[in-house]
Design a protein around this ligand. Structure first.
Ligand code: HPA
Ligand code: ZN
Length: 319
């Protein structure tokens, strides 16, 4: 039995496996610039975040209808459940779809067709987190929040993703304030490729409750001390870090040092179709390459539930 765990850092568009990409391309009459699934898999050779994002956005062209988003989410939930995931907080990137003429309603309601019945169908509870693309403008993020207003019963929180360097968190102060006023939870990617200062800014300016990645905090002893003291969860994605060359090899990953420093780490898959594995695969990989003890693995699994929005949300609802 795989260890029960929550997944807190998962981009639903990053779960698009080559087989499903081709199936949806055929269904929607979209032409992909790859001969077959093997040719597509060969393109999964990234030299950093941007080279991955180029392919990630390109393949989204096959996602057009509610049914496409439903099928995508159901495929992920089935795989996650098989690897011990009992709760998933799922990112989506509405701006990348709206820019292609796919409406917010299509994306959210399509995903919800799978998420709304996920506990019954997969034994996985879910939350939806809407991410803003940080390489788009602050105005575009505000428009996106506006477009999401009819769907806020489906959306638990907001996040910030896409190309990090040059797009500091403070750029999105206004939209994070507006989202907080609407009762949305707040997270942000920071310190994946960007400097430790972006992590501090995400906490101080955006008021985030968790940091997605946060790896580069290790360059600042003061920041590590603060994150450990305040028990700020970090949603680490070890296989992603290797594939995007944030670390050289898994054996070089700072996860053990981060745990030793008292940081509240969790292990997640990020974009599992592209990075070589789902949540359980990431757990297995860090166990093998870093020699983590059973106690450490249980700590990571326990952290994932403690850092989730699950209990708080339910408390809020019952009030
Ligand atoms: N980082 C930033 N943006 C992203 C990622 C990531 O790992 N995956 C999908 N969008
Ligand atoms: Zn991510």
């Amino acid at each position: 039995m795989p260890l029960p765990k929550a997944e807190l850092h998962l981009h639903i568009e990053g779960t698009l496996e080559p087989e499903l990409a081709f199936e949806l391309a055929a269904r929607n009459d979209v032409e992909l610039p790859y001969a077959d699934t093997d040719a597509l898999r060969k393109a999964y050779d990234f030299d950093g975040l941007q080279s991955f994002l180029n392919l990630y956005y390109e393949l989204m062209a096959v996602l057009r209808t509610e049914r496409d988003f439903e099928d995508l989410a159901n495929a992920y939930l089935a795989r996650a459940a098989a690897q011990g995931v009992r709760h998933a907080e799922i990112f989506f990137d509405p701006q990348a779809h709206i820019a292609r003429g796919v409406a917010m309603a299509t994306v959210v309601e399509g995903l919800w067709r799978a998420l709304g019945s996920s506990e019954a169908n997969h034994g996985v509870s879910t939350r939806l987190i809407m991410c803003f693309l940080r390489d788009e403008s602050a105005e575009s993020a505000l428009e996106t929040l506006e477009a999401a207003k009819p769907h806020l019963d489906r959306i638990t929180g907001i996040g910030l993703d896409s190309a990090e360097v040059g797009h500091p968190p403070a750029k999105f102060r206004e939209v994070y304030e507006a989202a907080a006023a609407l009762g949305l939870r707040r997270v942000a990617h920071a310190g994946e490729e960007g400097p430790p200062e972006y992590i501090t800014e995400a906490l101080d300016v955006l008021g985030v409750e968790r940091i997605d990645h946060g790896l580069r905090c290790m360059e600042s002893p003061e920041l590590v001390e603060r994150l450990a003291r305040d028990r700020i969860p970090l949603t680490l994605c070890p296989l992603s870090n290797v594939r995007l060359r944030t670390v050289d090899t898994l054996a070089d990953h700072p996860l053990p040092a981060m745990l030793d420093a008292g940081l509240m780490c969790t292990v997640n898959s990020d974009d599992p179709a592209y990075f070589g594995g789902y949540a359980g695969d990431n757990f297995e990989a860090v166990q093998k390459s870093l020699g983590l003890s059973e106690d450490r693995l249980r700590e990571l699994a326990r952290n994932s539930f403690l850092a989730s929005f699950l209990e708080d949300d339910e408390e809020r609802r019952s009030r």
